[in-house]
Design a protein around this ligand. Structure first.
Ligand code: DGT
Ligand code: CA
Ligand code: CA
Ligand code: ZN
Length: 572
């Protein structure tokens, strides 16, 4: 079975971690980390390149040594160096790095200074106050370590974007309530629209920082004030979400926004580029020697190093800087490009609104079309409907369609892919539909091979149109099932099927990297809300964010097509 990019990437991350624990040369460590990132974000299969004897040294940051290691792992499923390191380094030491506050370097320091090689020993030393005394640790880290060990429950769970969004907007409104606040904006992963955020990073420009700090710590949801200073403060909310605030000077606003939007990797790559031009970038501005040359706006910052403006969603150092240098940044999709929704349920199954209410809601969004995709019989928990009831609904769609000539109601169904890869309605019923959304709801624990075969077999049926929520993940709740998406994408390309980007806030499935993989294979993506009520149609915005992180342009997205083109696309 071919090795996935993410598996290969994890191998190199681990290698870098272990080398770092061992105290290896930091350039070597960095080389492995860079390789891990290159591999993770490469759109095509690296294993495939190895098997076809393509030149993997042509990939950025992959030299001779790395290329050899990649080949070794792809061909044998093992890496001698990794196995040696795993034997040499005490297991307990590796488990220390499971704590968010302890990276490889710190794990190594703890081992060398205190002989710590397990979480129990670590907790013991922390309670005795020995950790605060080690160089580079301090009382704050010691406290954090104890908190982390005590509340393994308080395990750094990342907050779903939609929840962070609600809090972010409320917090900004609260801050803007102060008349001396000029700009207030959330930077960090939130601004990059990641599907989950670790914490929120708010930037403010204002006339009197003191009052802003009081206002900041006075927000109603604050549980703990972690720190309060003159230019930065941190609080933790009752929900557990941490908020950092920084007050920055007007003339540095753009530079600070750029710095705190990140990602760290993007900023580092930018700094390198600036250095080549004899410039220095930090959170205060872009400098030529001592002279400030840019900083007020982000556009200025990019321009000063000769780049087009890069949208926050692209700032992951996944090739966006190179693309900006070449003037080849994608024209990212926006909400305005969307012409309809291809996945929605009604009260006939588990939706809360009637067909007519859903259609009205789609019209008020000025959609050209809405697909009705109720569940098939197998999905009893969602009151999946029989062929007879489905056919009755199709008649209802016809008569409703006559009353609403300004919108096309597409006949569809969310058809369960059964365990053996057959579809949950007979072919002659499927033939009555404009298209299908086929998805997996049961038997999530098959092996990767069987799960993949199951879907490939389903795709052999020409009535299979869109593969719904392709990995089945539920953010923070359920890992994706094992499935070889690279093979699925390849098959979709050959057979003329499509992949869904399910925009439901718990799913956001496909993820950003898979969206980009679909794009580079030429497989179009349907951004769909999976609405179970009229309000859910608004999830489209979340899907757009994720799509933008996946570099998607309107031409890559099925529901940017006018209805005529769309229907032609549906015929396989
Ligand atoms: P998160 O909160 O884990 O979802 O991810 P971010 O990206 O929001 O990370 P966070 O909150 O730790 O820091 C916010 C931004 O600040 C980050 O994206 C880039 C910047 N930043 C933080 N620490 C560093 C650093 O050590 N170097 C650089 N270049 N930037 C940093
Ligand atoms: Ca953050
Ligand atoms: Ca932060
Ligand atoms: Zn659904």
């Amino acid at each position: 079975m071919p090795v996935h990019n993410h598996e290969l990437s994890a191998v190199f991350q681990r290698l870098a971690d272990l080398l770092e624990i061992q105290g290896a040369d930091r350039f070597r460590v960095r080389a492995y980390r860079n390789a891990a990132r290159t591999i993770e974000s490469h759109p095509g299969s690296i294993a495939d390149m190895v098997q076809k004897e393509r030149d993997i040294q042509a990939l950025p940051g992959i030299g001779r040594d790395l290329a050899d290691k990649i080949r070794e792992y792809v061909k044998t499923g093992r890496l001698r160096l990794l196995e040696d390191l795993e034997k040499e380094i005490p297991r307990g030491l590796i488990t220390l790095t499971a704590l968010g506050s302890i990276g490889p370097k710190r794990a190594r320091a703890l081992y060398e200074e205190l002989g710590v090689s397990s979480l129990e020993e670590l907790a013991e030393c922390a309670r005795r106050g020995e950790i605060a005394r080690i160089r580079g640790f301090g009382a704050k880290t010691e406290r954090k370590i104890l908190e982390e060990i005590a509340g393994k429950s308080g395990q750094a769970v990342r907050t779903k974007f939609i929840n962070a969004h609600e809090i972010a907007q409320a917090y900004l409104a609260h801050l803007r309530g102060l008349d001396t606040v000029k700009q207030a904006v959330v930077a960090g992963s939130y601004r990059r629209k990641k599907d989950t955020v670790g914490d929120l990073d708010i930037l403010v420009t204002c006339d009197d920082p003191g009052r802003v700090m009081d206002r900041f710590t006075g927000f109603e949801d604050v549980k703990t004030i972690v720190s309060k200073g003159s230019t930065r403060s941190t609080v933790v909310l009752r929900s557990g979400l941490q908020i950092d605030l920084r007050v920055v000077p007007d003339e540095s606003y753009g530079a600070a926004l750029h710095y705190f939007t990140g990602s760290r990797e993007h900023s580092i790559a930018m700094r390198k580029l600036a250095m080549k031009k004899g410039l220095k970038i930090n959170e205060y501005g872009v400098f030529s020697g001592e002279r400030l040359v840019a900083g007020r706006t982000e556009e200025d910052v990019y321009r000063s190093v000769g780049l087009h403006y890069i949208e926050p969603e692209l700032r992951e150092n996944r090739g966006e800087i190179e693309a900006a240098l070449r003037g080849e940044l994608p024209r990212l999709i926006t909400l305005e490009d969307i012409r309809g929704d291809l996945h929605a349920h009604t009260s006939l199954t588990d939706g809360r609104n009637t067909l007519e209410e859903m259609v009205e809601a789609a019209r008020s969004r000025r959609y050209e079309y809405l697909a009705v995709t109720n569940h098939s019989p197998q999905v009893r928990i969602a009151r999946g409907i029989t062929s007879d009831i489905l056919m009755k609904q199709l008649e209802e769609i016809d008569s409703l369609g006559r009353r609403y000539p300004d919108i096309t109601i597409l006949k569809s169904a969310e058809v369960d892919i059964l365990k053996d890869g057959s579809l949950d309605y007979p072919d002659e019923v499927l033939d009555l539909l404009d298209f299908t959304v086929c998805s997996i709801h049961y038997h999530l624990h098959l092996s990767c091979d069987r799960q993949t075969e199951r879907v490939l077999r389903a795709m052999d049926n020409p009535r299979f149109t869109i593969f719904g929520h392709p990995t089945g993940r539920l953010i923070n709740e359920r890992e994706p099932y094992e499935i070889d998406l690279e093979r699925i994408i390849e098959a979709a390309r050959e057979k003329g099927c499509y992949l869904e980007l399910n925009a439901h806030p718990d799913r956001l499935d496909l993820d950003d990297i898979s969206c980009r993989a679909a794009k580079s294979s030429g497989v179009m993506v349907a951004i769909s809300t999976d609405s179970h009520s009229v309000h859910h149609l608004g999830y489209m915005a979340l899907g757009i964010y994720q799509a933008r992180r996946g570099w998607l342009e309107p031409g890559n997205v099925l529901n940017c097509l006018p209805v005529g083109d769309l229907k032609r696309r549906f015929r396989r």
